[in-house]
Design a protein around this ligand. Structure first.
Ligand code: IMP
Length: 173
């Protein structure tokens, strides 16, 4: 199995800086922004993104497990919920990748019921050709083809999260 570099560190940094600025601009300079990081995959993205959003920013973490399984709807289990309430807050969900869209659709549904003042979503990567459900994503870092990618927080069997770039796995079993 080999990993080929696909999105470099430099490209990631430039795009994330632009997204951070856009998120702040849309929220307004005085609005406290609350980032909700979806673990584990988004931890590195969160760490870089939060430094690119100026002003008042807080963050929280959730852990989800997705089962693509055999069912068409899939199943998403929240292993660790938010540590703090989000009612009346300007919330931005921070995800690593939108693939089928099932994880994000589920999270948006759950968080909407908790009545944030705003619920936005930022995803580093999107694979639109794989979508099973349409899900709104306000900020997308890179739109990619149907390739399995690793690195920069993303794993294959818990490996490769430490790569500083996004790579494509070739010769997967
Ligand atoms: P969903 O199919 O949109 O629900 O995506 C669920 C999760 O699958 C994502 O948050 C990722 O953690 C994982 N995932 C999807 N595609 C990839 C990939 O290409 N590499 C690594 N993880 C992926």
């Amino acid at each position: 199995m080999t990993i080929t570099e696909f999105i470099s560190q430099r490209e990631l940094a430039a795009r994330i800086a632009a997204m951070g600025a856009e998120i702040r601009r849309d929220a307004g300079s005085d609005t406290p922004i609350h980032l909700v990081c979806v673990l584990k995959g988004a931890f590195m993205f969160l760490a870089d993104l939060i430094r690119e959003i100026g002003g008042d920013v807080t963050c929280d973490f959730i852990v989800v497990r997705s089962y693509a399984g055999t069912s068409t709807t899939g199943q998403v289990q929240m292993i660790k919920d938010l540590g703090h309430p989000i009612d009346d807050r300007y919330v931005v969900i921070v995800e690593d990748i939108v693939d089928t869209g099932l994880t994000l659709a589920h999270l948006q549904e759950v968080f909407h019921t908790r009545r944030p003042s705003h619920l936005k979503t930022v995803c580093l990567l999107s694979k639109p050709s794989r979508r099973k459900v349409e899900v709104p994503v306000d900020y997308v870092g890179f739109t990619i083809e149907n390739k399995f990618v690793v690195g920069y927080g993303l794993d294959y069997g818990e490996q490769f999260r430490n790569l500083p770039y996004i790579g494509v796995v070739e010769g997967m079993a």
